[in-house]
Design a protein around this ligand. Structure first.
Ligand code: UDX
Length: 474
């Protein structure tokens, strides 16, 4: 009798940061829907927060071949795990988590047949190679950001990195990122490139992790061909097998909707904080397309004076706004200063954490002041909401340049935090150029829906990825 092909056992392991967990958990659920055996490996710290703030446990019970496992990130329980401590997270994972991962893979039964590892964790490829387990990289950023990181060696070689003296010309054009020669300025590079010494540790770490991807069986990107095709063709000269499967949150919705057995609520899985749903009731009282939604993601930190500048600009714009001020996101203050809360009553609504996909889809929302994190950018594109981009760090600088210069989906407020600029840009987006941006956003949202719907390119790419993984395991 012909031997039954072994069914794959996939280990999915995200960098223990909110939005990396978000995206890879959505991919894991899609694999669960496809009946694949999946082990989702989350840090103990983040798993406990997901259990506390989402319905993740009940939601995944229905996938008989699905299990959660946890692993220590090696950090103290009270470590803030915020954006400015990213390298401490990387270091702890490499030192403390790496040996635990190796032992877990040795002990796991049935054995893992394929690892989908976060491409930010360099050690995963090394451990997998040692144990002869194939690895597929998942990079939680845009193709344009990935390609800029990948081109760091060429920029160094050509002397375009590091920064010159203190009076660096931030607007000088960068010529060594193929496909971006006509519009990429030094200030648009990932923030880790803003160093005066090429041996800078952050720069080296981001360069090295990105150079690992050609060593893997394939690279998964949460993007879509219509959005980033020109850059994707450059990436494919280095990583031949790239699966574009985004927008992932839309693909998951599409597949859940067509899956009769799934009783999954559409409740957001994005929350490592308690969601305050009062914002939905507040939005319900606002005129259609009248509100600017403001949020800077899960790890951005704001100085108090920056917060005050944004607040004055928003109030002076006379536009309505819904502003997420995440707990502990204000350096030195923790939460929103009291006078802000008081003075905002008239046209604004402050909140600590919202169901963002639901907010962006709300008819009252007409704009998004964002830090240009990749999940937020994709969610805004899917919702057809134009953006004002105020990038904080990492890949956000490139994303904001593409939103304004390449996709015409909004405005780039990079490197500026001034109440007059905030007021002007809010009015440009919400009044002066509203129709122009809305039209472009509608067109891109239609392309995003088409690609994620059954039969669309991203949908078919994900089916091909599943077939590829099954082949790897047989
Ligand atoms: C991090 C990096 O900062 C970002 O640059 C990179 O692209 C991905 O990893 P993060 O800063 O958290 O991501 O931003 P983003 O990618 O936008 O993810 C934030 C997530 O939190 C989104 O999925 C968003 O829906 C969710 N969110 C945000 C909420 O659910 N509620 C909120 O109130 C705010």
């Amino acid at each position: 009798m012909e031997e039954k092909p072994k069914s794959p056992h996939i280990l999915i392991f995200p960098l223990p940061c909110q939005s990396h967990v978000n995206s890879m958990l959505k991919l894991a659920e899609i694999f669960g829907l496809a009946g694949l055996k999946v082990t989702f490996l989350n840090s103990k710290h983040n798993h406990e927060r997901l259990i506390r703030y989402t319905d993740i446990h009940d939601r995944f019970l229905q996938y008989s071949e699905f299990q959660f496992k946890t692993i220590s990130d090696g950090l103290p329980a009270d470590h803030p795990r915020a954006g400015d401590r990213l390298m401490e997270i990387f270091d702890s994972l490499s030192l403390n988590t790496r040996p635990l991962l190796k032992q877990m893979l040795i002990d796991t039964s049935p054995p893992v047949s394929c690892i989908i590892g976060d491409a930010c964790m360099e050690f995963v490829v090394d451990v997998a190679t040692e144990l002869e387990i194939p690895v597929i990289h998942f990079r939680a950023i845009s193709a344009c950001s990935f390609w800029a990181y990948f081109s760091i060696p060429e920029m160094i070689q050509a002397g375009e990195l590091p920064m010159k003296a203190y009076d660096e010309d931030m607007d000088r054009l960068i010529t060594k990122v193929p496909g971006m020669e006509t519009f990429l300025r030094f200030r648009d590079l990932p923030s880790f490139c803003r160093v005066s010494d090429v041996t800078d540790r952050d720069l080296q770490v981001l360069k090295n992790v990105t150079q690992q991807s050609p060593r893997t069986h394939a690279l998964i990107l949460n993007t879509f061909e219509d959005l980033e095709e020109p850059i994707l063709s450059h990436i494919r000269t280095k990583c031949p097998k790239v699966y574009t499967i985004g927008p992932l949150h839309l693909q998951l919705k599409t597949r859940l909707a067509s899956n009769v057995i799934s009783s999954s609520s559409q409740k957001s899985l994005n929350s490592l904080w308690e969601v305050d749903r009062s914002c939905i009731e507040w939005l319900g009282k606002q005129p259609v397309r009248s509100v600017l939604y403001v949020s800077f993601g899960s790890i951005t930190l704001l100085k108090r004076e920056q917060l005050i500048e944004f607040w004055h600009g928003l109030v002076d714009s006379k536009q309505r706004f819904l502003w997420v001020i995440r707990p502990d996101s204000v350096i030195g203050e923790g939460d929103a200063p009291a006078e802000l809360v008081e003075g905002t009553k008239e046209r604004g609504h402050l909140v600590s954490w919202v169901p963002q996909e639901e907010v962006l889809a709300h008819q009252a929302v007409a704009g998004f002041l964002t830090h240009s994190g990749w999940n937020s950018t994709l969610e805004s594109i899917v919702a057809g909401v134009p953006m004002i981009c105020w990038p904080y760090f990492a890949d956000q600088q490139i994303n904001s340049r593409f939103v304004s210069e390449v996709w015409n989906l909004g405005l780039d407020m990079k490197d500026v935090c001034d109440r007059n600029v905030v007021e002007k840009m809010v009015n440009d987006l919400m009044v002066e150029r509203k129709e122009e941006f809305m039209r472009a956003a509608d067109r891109m949202a239609t392309m995003a829906r088409t690609t994620a719907n059954e039969g669309g390119p991203s949908y078919c790419n994900l089916d091909r990825l599943i077939d590829d993984i099954k082949m790897m395991s047989s």
